[in-house]
Design a protein around this ligand. Structure first.
Ligand SMILES: O=C(O)CCC(=O)C(=O)O
Ligand SMILES: [Fe+2]
Length: 203
């Protein structure tokens, strides 16, 4: 049996197909207002392999000059992020264990070749409230470990409709996406994987 690090919760199949479809529709509206863009790593300017956008009051962005941060506007269009759809707030209420409302939803789009290296989510002022992560579309191999980079990690598949909660001792767990499994879902017409992470940013 797979033992997850303390505070890391995997909820397989949390969203049924019709809620997944509703969420994809909501993401389409967000992306129409706030297009996916290619984020750059701090200092090197190396492009990340995922494309990103956000909804909610604040969005997580990165570029060479200013690095990782939250800001209220899209870095390319300069416009405010679209509001957070109610369906996301409902999911947050159901699983986050927090009375506060999420301020940020980062939307990551992974094509077949995209990955995300092992990292901690620590650009928030609030490092206590859980991070809630929703997977849609193609499956991926997700890896999660402890609070130090060198700690042992476990890997498992995330499928469309799964939710992962990083809370409590798991809030600062290192995690990443090692690979996408192409053509494993029919949810997104053109394939790929969407990941939505809901976060509280300010205390
Ligand atoms: O795609 C995922 O499942 C994880 C995304 C992630 O870790 C992040 O956006 O910080
Ligand atoms: Fe993360």
């Amino acid at each position: 049996m797979l033992v997850l690090p303390k505070g890391v919760r995997h909820i397989p199949g949390f969203l049924d197909r019709s809620r997944q479809e509703a969420l994809v529709e909501a993401v389409r509206h967000v992306v129409a207002e706030a297009p996916l863009y290619v984020p750059e790593m701090p200092k090197t300017g190396k492009p990340m392999s995922v494309r990103m956008t956000n909804c909610g009051a604040l969005g997580w962005v990165t570029d060479r000059e200013l690095g990782y941060r939250y800001q209220p506007e899209h870095p390319v269009s300069g416009r405010p992020w679209p509001p957070m759809p109610d369906i996301l707030i409902d999911i947050w209420r159901a699983v986050s264990g927090s009375d506060k409302t999420p301020e940020a939803c980062l939307i990551n789009f992974y094509s077949a070749e995209a990955r995300m290296g092992l990292h901690q989510d620590r650009d928030e002022r609030d490092l206590e409230t859980a991070v809630v992560s929703i997977s849609l579309g193609d499956s991926c191999l997700f890896r999660v470990g402890g609070r130090s980079r060198g700690a042992q990690t476990v890997s498992f598949r995330l499928e469309s409709g799964d939710v992962v909660v990083l809370g409590g001792e798991g809030r600062l767990a290192f995690h990443g996406v090692d690979r996408i499994y192409p053509n494993t879902s029919t949810l997104l017409k053109n394939g790929g994987r969407l990941n939505l992470t809901l976060r509280r940013v300010n205390l």
